[in-house]
Design a protein around this ligand. Structure first.
Ligand SMILES: CC(C)(COP(=O)(O)OP(=O)(O)OC[C@H]1O[C@@H](n2cnc3c(N)ncnc32)[C@H](O)[C@@H]1OP(=O)(O)O)[C@@H](O)C(=O)NCCC(=O)NCCS
Length: 173
């Protein structure tokens, strides 16, 4: 698995991957096959997107947004992710997410985001995403009522988090 920033040339492949995966994404997240140009336009200090790519085939395994990035004394970001067919459920997304977390915590001088804390907010019934947060080693921090507006209403979320000190991949901190 490899991770990289999305590019304009990815627009078509991205749209196909999201369309193929509409059923399993749509239960939890908006399905926006034509959303990559807008997402590219929003990349900046508050939002960084990573595509997870299967190196062997070049196929798109998934996408992870590192959103709500706040630096200063917080150095915090929130992870939001989707996996794509035919890779969903094969373990590749987890592999890619480990790379994303590593990049988030890595120092800016080495191409990382230099974050200190990451959070993952998941709807309580989203077992696959909760399993992902736990596999990555995130701690359950608590419950946030009516946190995000999704599918036409304000949804409760379970809050998972990790700080750089807890990340085994990182050395020298
Ligand atoms: C959440 C999501 C990204 C997880 O990706 P994925 O493709 O399942 O990731 P992987 O293939 O790496 O993980 C597979 C693992 O999940 C497990 N799994 C599959 N279905 C599961 C379920 N219903 N409940 C719990 N675990 C499940 C598998 O057993 C497998 O675990 P194993 O490797 O230990 O056998 C994906 O389901 C998805 O895109 N969901 C829709 C969007 C979404 O919910 N995003 C997150 C919002 S917070």
């Amino acid at each position: 698995m490899t991770i990289r920033a999305p590019r304009p040339v990815d627009v078509e492949q991205y749209a196909e991957a999201v369309r193929r995966s509409a059923e399993h994404i749509g239960r939890w997240n908006p399905v926006e096959p034509d959303g990559l140009p807008e997402l590219l336009g929003r990349q900046g200090s508050g939002l960084r997107t990573f595509l997870i790519v299967d190196q062997e085939t070049g196929g798109l395994v998934g996408k992870c947004n590192v959103a709500n990035i706040v630096m200063g004394r917080f150095c915090n970001g929130a992870l939001g992710y989707d996996s794509y067919e035919p890779f969903a459920g094969t373990g590749r997304m987890t592999e890619g997410m480990l790379l994303v977390v590593d990049r988030c915590f890595a120092d800016q001088s080495t191409g990382g985001l230099g974050l200190h804390r990451l959070e993952i907010n998941v709807q309580p019934e989203n077992e696959r995403s909760i399993a992902m947060a736990r596999r990555l080693g995130f701690r359950h921090e608590g419950f946030t009522p009516r946190m995000l507006y999704l599918g036409g209403s304000w949804r409760d979320h379970e809050r998972f988090a990790m700080t750089a000190e807890e990340w085994p991949g990182l050395t020298g901190r």
